[in-house]
Design a protein around this ligand. Structure first.
Ligand SMILES: Nc1ncnc2c1ncn2[C@@H]1O[C@H](COP(=O)(O)OP(=O)(O)OP(=O)(O)O)[C@@H](O)[C@H]1O
Ligand SMILES: [Mg+2]
Length: 214
């Protein structure tokens, strides 16, 4: 389904360049549940962003269904981001001027998606928060809202960056079981996490250290 071939990515730091990913290769099949672990700064988010069509690697290829997503027209990449990928950001990136429900509606592009919103709000204990703005939410509430925004359109690929980092054990378990349900129904998951509990669901664990897969 997805193949990453020899990707490298450097960031500019003043006049210096910092290599965040070094020659990373990885194959992900449909229905896989991949966990990505590694120390802070090792390149996990960079890898997830590259897979999600958000960071173009300096070299190498990200092949999705055989096509290099960064070699296609902008329209293809936009479509890939919209219909195939559900992205849960480490920093949430909720739109500050939109309420919780408006943020979630951003990624809904079919009526069937919007029809699921209340189910997820209820599961994530956010029904009472749906008309609140991100600035009015706790960090854990923001995290759950960003989870719903990522999963609501039933993407082919769910990319979750530290999805339980700010959750209490009960909410963490609830979120992991919703991801597991999505996975059981055929979804493909790539999850970055330090939480051993989260990693236990995966069938493949990738460990990254200093930008390299170990
Ligand atoms: N926009 C940027 N400009 C410069 N350096 C960056 C940028 N983004 C990330 N980096 C650097 O690249 C390296 C990898 O960053 P990345 O965010 O991928 O790490 P990570 O494994 O997700 O870390 P964490 O577990 O803390 O989230 C880090 O050393 C970071 O400082
Ligand atoms: Mg990160």
């Amino acid at each position: 389904m997805l193949e990453i071939r020899n990707i490298s990515k450097k960031y500019k730091r003043g006049s210096e360049e910092f290599p965040a990913l070094k020659d990373v290769s990885l194959k992900i099949e449909k229905g896989d549940y991949v966990s990505v672990t590694g120390p802070s700064g090792s390149g996990k988010s960079t890898l997830l962003n590259a897979v999600g069509g958000l960071i173009r690697p300096d070299s190498g290829e990200v092949l999705y269904k055989g096509e290099n997503i960064y070699r296609q027209k902008e329209k293809y990449l936009n479509y890939y981001r919209k219909t195939d990928v559900g992205f849960m950001f480490q920093q949430f990136h909720l739109m500050p001027y939109l309420t919780v429900i408006e943020n979630i509606r951003l990624t809904c592009y079919k009526e069937s998606h919007s029809n699921r919103i209340n189910f997820y709000l209820d599961k994530c204990s956010l029904l009472d928060m749906k008309d609140k703005y991100p600035s009015e939410l706790s960090v854990g509430e923001k995290q759950r809202a960003s989870f719903i925004r990522a999963i609501i359109s039933d993407p082919k690929l769910l990319l979750a960056d530290e999805p339980t980092g700010n959750l209490d054990p009960g909410n963490s378990e609830m979120l992991m079981s919703l991801i597991e349900e999505y996975h059981k129904e055929g979804g493909t998951v790539v999850l970055v996490s330090h939480d051993p509990n989260a990693v236990r669901y995966s069938n493949l664990n990738i460990r990254i250290i200093l930008g390299r897969i170990q």
